[in-house]
Design a protein around this ligand. Sequence first.
Ligand code: HEC
Length: 171
Amino acid sequence: MKTRTEVNKTISGRSWRLLASRRALPVLAIGAMVVITGGCNMGPKSGFGFTLPDGDAERGKETFVAMGCHHCHTVQGVDLPPIDGEREANVGLGGEVVRIKTYGELVTSIVNPSHRLAKGYASADIAVDGASKMVNYNDQMTVSQLIDLVAFLQSHYQLAEFEPTHYAPYY
Ligand code: HEC
């Protein structure tokens, strides 16, 4: 049998825990908000609020060729003029993907290519010392050209059909 003080301790222990869990609620809520907003990265350097006007995909294709993007890129389903000599890089754009690239990602790939290198390539094929082999166009390209390029590229990505994973039957 428990002594009176032991019982009292248990009761006060329980109520303290209850209080602690009630107290924890607002703390948890604030924590969750920090995680959520932190996850979206709403700081001054976030892309939040960034919106481009609609571009013209046809003009984007002309810009793509005029700027020599086709020297290093093919675009799935698009006929581009042949190039003389060796390709410095060969990175395919467009085609079937599991998630269409957002225009934020496409703009970043063009104006800040080393920020995140294209996936699925050996680093030596696309980068030198971690920096993208892509030409820097930031001092030559107009904003309108950038917008048109994004419209052109985005129109050549298709969402791949969802392939469910097949599991062996479970008995
Ligand atoms: C000298 C070669 C070269 C030229 C010219 C070039 N790029 Fe690139 N580009 C690359 C390489 C290499 C990569 C892969 C590394 C990276 O992600 O930056 C790349 C990546 C990209 C990506 C991201 C692809 C992905 O799957 O993540 C886009 C979009 C892109 N380039 C667009 C363009 C456009 C538009 C132009 C013309 C205005 C252009 N590039 C000109 C070499 C080039």
